[in-house]
Design a protein around this ligand. Structure first.
Ligand SMILES: *Cc1c(COP(=O)(O)O)cnc(C)c1O
Length: 359
């Protein structure tokens, strides 16, 4: 007898669509906010040797002690604070939601933003409340304070710089929102490396705050490594529901290797920041495009006939992210991740051809 998944799994799981990842073979990838820069060849070689020395017959260090010590050192935090690693910050988001999941709790984020907050909330049967940003994508502090008061969220996600809009939030405004929140606030700093501002020092000021970071946007997307930074009292509880050995030994060793070569990563980040700024300026030369400012490694572009432009870029084998079905504020928008100088030149060339063809 055949048993149907629908008779076993929750109806809302059956009704869901899987997260789509575009096949990128042969494309210039400007769709996923990764670093466009691989490690230089000599470092790849050195990393291969370190990885070859691992005994894969053994489980990894379940607490990732070496990695933790190295990262804590590099962050230079007071010993009041600790780290919790996730298989990507996606897993950290999942742990937080799992820990509050009781069929009633509310999760809040400022929309449009990172889609995983909403997806994870749904999977853990939480009530997700999206508070809309201003038209220019800045945070509407009054509206958010009112929503916090009304909904009393257990978790509030703040995302400076925000994905996809690239805007930040001042420390003063962040503090107002944190003070008003009856639950825990997570400042998701996935893009802090590309920004002039980071909010980690707010940890000293607020008891109900965690900072979340990731290796994904600075050259380590393939590692799947993210982490929460904050007081032990919060992290100890989350650690109880973390699956043992969630960070594999290849990732632990490779992440340590990246930390040992932080100067290379920092240089790559600087290159991306400069390339982002010149790509944004160059795109602003096209009168038809509205190009939004950004403190991240990606930015939003609005154009009346964005679907035509998007399919043209696809034809030209350049992947960018559609944002036009994401949120009403992103009507006619795509999101472009900064590439290498060559990739950015190829994008500009393709867009130029597109507008020549139009006229
Ligand atoms: C990319 C991204 C992450 C990172 O997720 P990982 O699971 O660490 O790759 C987290 N938050 C935001 C806002 C992001 O855009």
């Amino acid at each position: 007898m055949s048993i149907s998944p629908a008779s076993v799994f929750r109806a809302d799981v059956i009704a869901q669509k899987a997260y789509q990842v575009h096949d990128s073979d042969g494309f210039i990838k400007m769709d996923a906010n990764e670093s466009p820069h691989p490690l230089p060849a000599h470092l790849k070689q050195a990393l291969a040797e370190r990885l070859a020395n691992l005994d894969l017959n053994r489980y990894p260090d379940g607490a990732a002690r070496h990695l933790k010590e190295k990262l804590l050192n590099q962050l230079g935090l007071s010993n009041k604070y600790d780290l919790l690693f996730g298989n990507g910050s996606d897993e950290c988001i999942g742990l937080l939601m799992q820990a509050i999941s009781d069929g009633q709790a509310k999760v809040m984020a400022l929309e449009p933003t990172f889609v995983v907050y909403g997806l994870a909330a749904k999977n853990f049967q939480l009530n997700y409340v999206g508070v809309t940003l201003n038209e220019d994508f800045s945070v509407n502090v009054e509206r958010t304070l009112a929503a916090i008061k009304e909904h009393q969220p257990k978790l509030l996600f703040l995302t400076p710089p925000n994905n996809p809009t690239g805007n930040i939030l001042s420390a003063e405004d962040a503090s107002k929102l944190i003070e008003a929140t009856p639950g825990l606030v997570i400042i998701d700093e996935a893009y802090e490396a590309f920004s002039r501002q980071r909010l980690i020092s707010l940890l000293d000021k607020h008891d109900n705050l965690l900072i979340m970071r990731t290796f994904s946007k600075i050259g380590g997307a393939g590692l799947r490594l993210g982490y929460l930074i904050g007081q032990q009292k919060w992290l100890i509880e989350l650690d109880k529901i973390r699956m043992p050995y969630n960070i594999n030994s290849l990732t632990q060793v490779a992440a340590e290797f990246l930390l040992d070569h932080a100067e290379v990563i920092n240089q790559q980040v600087k290159t991306v920041i400069a390339a982002r700024d010149s790509l944004i300026s160059a795109l602003r030369e096209f009168a038809e495009l509205t190009v939004y400012p950004s403190e991240a490694n990606m930015f939003v572009v609005r154009y009346e006939k964005v679907r035509d432009l998007h399919s043209w870029l696809n034809e030209k084998k350049i992947l960018v992210r559609q944002a036009y079905n994401w949120h009403p504020l992103l009507n006619n928008c795509i999101r472009i991740s900064t590439g290498t100088a060559e990739e950015n030149a190829a994008l500009l060339c393709a867009i130029s051809e597109f507008f020549k063809k139009q006229s």
